[in-house]
Design a binder for this molecule. Structure first.
Ligand code: AMP
Ligand code: ZN
Length: 115
């Protein structure tokens, strides 16, 4: 997708602080971190989100990389939270499938009431 910022990061056309990369996925630091560790993990191939008929094998590859990214970021032992905001009610803002990997501190127990 030509206008997708995460496609541009995956293609190295836009700078990002890259944590990990292979043929299928790339992980980079969120530009507006919400926690001490806040890394985004995306497939290089564009899908809008989890509801975009994502290839199941690719989903396995993507989620399967989460513990590796956590290890690289030093939070595998302390624990972490993953989030995949999906669509309008999910408050997704960037429409390229991504997993937030959040850690480095205790997460809030509750996400708070929906509005
Ligand atoms: P979401 O609200 O789940 O769609 O999350 C999108 C995330 O992407 C937000 O946490 C943003 O801070 C982050 N983000 C947007 N643009 C960039 C960028 N160019 N580099 C790194 N992170 C970004
Ligand atoms: Zn994209």
């Amino acid at each position: 997708m030509t206008d997708c910022i995460f496609c541009k990061i995956a293609a190295h056309e836009l700078d990002a602080d890259i944590v990990y990369e292979d043929d299928d996925v790339i992980a980079f630091e969120d530009m507006n971190p919400q926690t001490p560790v806040h890394t985004l993990l995306i497939p290089k191939k564009h899908y809008d989100n989890l509801s975009d008929d994502v290839d199941e094998a690719l989903l396995g590859t993507l989620f399967g990389k989460v513990p590796l990214i956590a290890r690289l970021k030093g939070i595998e032992e302390s624990g972490y939270r993953i989030v995949a905001n999906t669509g309008a009610h999910g408050r997704q803002t960037v429409y390229h499938l991504h997993i937030h990997i959040l850690g480095g501190a205790n997460m809030p127990i509750s996400m708070g009431p929906a509005d």
